[in-house]
Design a protein around this ligand. Structure first.
Ligand code: AMP
Length: 274
């Protein structure tokens, strides 16, 4: 992969990379399409990264379908699909990890200890392997974007980070490979996540400034309309990701949540300008 990337660079090509864990959907494909517009050559990476899963998480049964991903990535315009084996990425004796502090410690980082250590490590490796000028990520994983921006800045990595809006199903549910875990009833109830985010948006537009009041209303909406177990609901500053008590005018805020339907944990978010 490194030799191919180097050859492309030497012939003056602008390279984009789209890191994914596969089981591609329209969200991933929108990243690939934008990557293609922003570069001469697009590399999609497909790697279910073991180091970003906790011991009791879904690594072993994460959905995988190589042939399907190959044809979808190709149809969206990717030039290369880089799909290494875990044993190649983490051979025996592997012992180096990238730890982003601060922004990685809250929200998902708190609920999933070690998750962002795995993400930062694999993204660093994928950037070194694919040598991109542009790396494309989805707003779906808002905190991941903040962690990667911090990583790129702090380690002086020479890459432009591009963020693509969340692609949703017609009923508002954010597309996710994990949606395939949901049964029909859970899938129906899962629309309440986006409804809760829209409710927060409405309340902020109506002038509500007290975050706990908005969060309580979101909680009520979710519990009244689903059997989802709320992991967290957060209203945070969109840059620092620190939770807010009250909103300030013209502040960019990230409203995010994580809710479990049975064993399936879904996340979603919305960014709002107060
Ligand atoms: P994943 O395969 O879940 O690791 O996701 C790979 C990339 O696709 C990440 O940058 C995600 O944020 C992005 N992504 C996943 N779902 C969506 C979506 N519904 N809309 C936009 N981007 C997404």
């Amino acid at each position: 992969m490194r030799q191919t990337a180097e050859r492309l660079r030497l012939t003056g090509k602008r390279i984009s990379v789209v890191p994914t864990m596969g089981y591609l959907h329209e969200g991933h494909l929108s990243l690939i399409r934008i990557a293609k517009k922003k570069s001469d050559v697009t590399i999609t990476t497909l790697f279910v990264n073991p180091t970003q899963f906790g011991p009791n998480e879904d690594f072993s049964h994460y959905p995988r379908s190589f042939e399907r991903d190959l044809s979808l990535a190709h149809s969206a315009g990717t030039d290369y699909l880089f799909a290494p084996e875990a044993s190649q990425m983490y051979p025996t004796g592997y012992s180096t990890y990238v730890n982003v502090e601060g922004v990685a410690d809250v929200l998902e980082g708190k609920s999933r200890p070690g998750h962002f250590r795995g993400v930062a490590t694999v993204v660093t490796k994928l950037l070194n392997l694919t040598k991109p000028h542009v790396a494309v990520f989805g707003q779906k994983d808002a905190q991941q974007v903040a962690v990667i921006r911090r990583l790129v800045r702090d380690l002086n990595i020479d890459v432009e980070v591009l963020v693509v809006p969340i692609v949703r199903e017609p009923d508002g549910l954010a597309m996710s490979s994990r949606n395939t875990y949901l049964n029909a009833e859970q899938r129906r109830q899962a629309t309440v996540l986006y409804q809760a985010l829209v409710l927060a948006e409405q309340r902020i537009k109506q002038g509500v400034r007290e975050c706990s009041k908005i969060i309580d209303e979101m909680k009520s909406l979710i519990t009244a309309n689903s059997s989802g177990q709320i992991d967290y609901i957060s209203i945070a500053d969109n840059n620092s990701l620190q939770e807010l008590a009250a909103l300030q005018l013209r502040q960019s805020v990230l409203v995010s949540l994580a809710v479990k339907f049975g064993t399936t944990r879904l996340i979603d978010n919305i960014v709002l300008l107060v």
